[in-house]
Design a protein around this ligand. Structure first.
Ligand code: G4P
Length: 533
């Protein structure tokens, strides 16, 4: 294998997803510790504060002490070069979070053992499932009181519609937590809590070891034997091919905080997951080993440095090698360009890079030429990667400029920010451009919008909440545009258009979606826009 091939083959690019507080940050931090990318625990969590000191992040991030955008980290572990795409939770959840998943080749899903599948996990999972990427489940916080492991697996299967394969099985939980049983090795990894301190010690014991009763107690040993018998008899068989196609999720139990079960998880995960996956450009499949460079833009982050009003475009390299000295072809712009200041992120640090390979994520300076989904490829090539879908916003507001004289700046700002993908803007078929309907995935985006319009465009906004929560792109049977008078709509449904001329319906409830669909059988409803339409 050439150096080029081995560089690409050793890359693994995954997103880490969870509902807030399930332990995603803690688990990421442990991964980085193993990889030597950070020297001590707390370095990742601490970034929230540390960032406030680096003045080039958005002011709003500083004020709130949160990360508005998802971040990317690279580290090395046992010969692998690993790219982690973090997906923000809490109220800074945004469409960016979804788009980040488009750049990943697999996902690690962290579940709180006491809570099971939660709302945000469900949403993120749906986007991963849409692409059939492998999904690995880490059931965290076993050192605390947890729900029954069978029940947890059943819930994953039932709620998310994916089969599960427990790779290991917990022995007790909370104060009684004794460790996990590794099903393929037939070994117990015994957990010893260091008096509630941060790290656990693990010892390996065979299941037939006569000393086992003394170690985990007769009752738990018996329960383990019963559980394993049930699992072997009833649960899905392990099948790597199904894992790699996102049909079967390997499940691991552990405790990120006490560092129990994290390293075995990382090792198994790296063994089972795939090297960088190909991407489609219409009929063309672009493979990681294709000799020519190609990449797509999946995220644009504005104003990291307010003084320069610059933007950073994040690229996922799909094939070949990126070389900072060489020109690339920006397909949508129709121009050859040199990407300036290509950089990679390592924990909270950024460094300028000279080269990157298929699977890597790089950030480049964007003088305002890129849009989400744009393709970059080697000069001489000319193809477009399939567009990144538009995800349905869940919060809507009617927005206009307080000062009617500032209509021009208002529209410019709104369009620019919509182009970056932070918000989606809509209009009703009959209104002018004085006001727009803004849809966002997470409500923090409204604050960001207000802040940016004021600071960058000198426009104060008037915003009024709208009672819609669901959105569907609609298409008529004959491909013609839909006329409002031909539709049967309830009072809590509104017909709008996006700025590409696509038609959409906004709904006040999930129930209204069903009601409208039933009464307008000739209409097709789409949950994702863009690529899916
Ligand atoms: P998130 O990124 O998914 O939002 O979760 P995060 O890692 O920040 O973890 C949320 C809380 O859960 C943290 O506690 C963290 O210490 C705790 N936690 C994570 N993994 C485990 C685990 O395996 N066992 C136990 N018992 N707790 C765990 P916190 O009090 O909110 O923060 P901190 O004060 O510990 O930093």
């Amino acid at each position: 294998m050439s150096n080029y091939e081995s560089e690409i083959s050793r890359r693994r690019t995954f997103a880490i997803i969870s509902h807030p507080d399930a332990g995603k940050t803690t688990l990421t931090e442990k991964f980085l510790l193993y990889g030597g990318a950070i020297a001590q625990a707390g370095a990742v969590k601490g970034k929230k504060n540390a960032r406030a000191a680096t003045s080039d992040w958005m002011e709003i991030e500083k004020q709130r002490g949160i990360s508005v955008t998802s971040s990317v980290m690279q580290f090395q572990y046992e010969g692998f070069c690993i790219n982690i795409l973090d997906t923000p939770g809490h109220q800074d959840f945004s469409e960016d979070t979804y788009r980040t998943l488009m750049a990943a080749d697999s996902a690690v899903m962290v579940i709180d053992a006491a809570k099971g599948v939660e709302a945000q996990t469900r949403k993120l999972f749906k986007v991963c499932a849409m692409r059939d990427i492998p999904i690995f489940t880490f059931i965290n916080k076993m050192d605390r009181e947890a729900r029954d492991p069978f029940e947890l697996c059943e819930e994953l299967e039932h709620e998310l519609g994916i089969e599960t394969y427990p790779v290991n099985w917990p022995i007790g939980c909370g104060k009684e937590f004794q460790g996990v049983y590794d099903r393929s090795r037939g070994e117990i990894i015994h957990f010893t809590s260091n008096g509630g301190s941060k790290a656990a010690t693990a010892t390996q014991v065979r299941l037939d070891d006569p000393g086992l009763d003394g170690l985990i107690g007769q009752r738990l040993r018996q329960q383990l034997a019963d559980d394993i018998e049930l699992l072997d008899g009833a649960a899905a068989e392990f099948n790597l091919d199904r894992v790699r196609h996102g049909k079967l999720s390997p499940v691991f139990f552990g405790s990120a905080l006490t560092n129990f079960g994290v390293e075995p998880f990382l090792e198994e995960f790296l063994r089972m997951t795939t090297a960088p996956l190909p991407r489609q450009a219409g009929e063309l499949t672009v493979d990681r080993m294709d000799s020519a460079f190609s990449a797509f833009v999946f995220k644009i982050q504005a104003n990291m440095n307010k003084a320069h009003r610059d933007r950073i475009a994040f690229l996922r390299v799909v094939s070949g090698r990126f070389d900072a000295d060489q020109e690339v072809y920006h397909v949508q712009g129709g121009k050859k360009i040199r990407l300036s200041r290509p950089q990679q992120l390592m924990a909270a640090e950024r460094e300028i890079i000279e080269e990157a390979y298929a699977g890597d994520i790089i950030g480049v300076f964007d003088p305002g030429i890129f849009s989400i989904g744009d393709t970059l490829c080697a000069p001489g090539k000319n193809f477009r990667f399939d567009p990144i879908p538009t995800f349905a916003p869940e919060h809507f507001r009617r927005v206009r400029s307080l000062d009617t004289m500032k209509r021009k700046q208002f529209l410019k700002g709104m369009e620019q920010i919509a182009q970056e993908g932070a918000i989606q803007i809509f209009k009703t078929p009959y209104t002018g451009m004085e006001e727009v309907i803004v849809g966002v995935v997470g409500t923090l985006q409204f604050d960001v919008l207000e802040y940016r319009l004021k600071n960058e465009y000198n426009v104060e906004l008037y915003m009024e909440g709208l009672p819609y929560e669901y959105l569907r792109w609609i298409t008529a049977e004959d491909g013609e545009s839909v006329k409002e008078e031909d539709l049967i709509l309830g009072t809590d449904v509104k017909l709008v258009e996006d700025y590409k001329g696509n038609q959409l319906l906004l709904f006040g409830s999930q129930w209204a979606v069903g009601w409208t669909q039933e009464r307008n059988p000739k209409l097709s409803f789409h949950e994702f826009g863009g690529a899916a339409l």
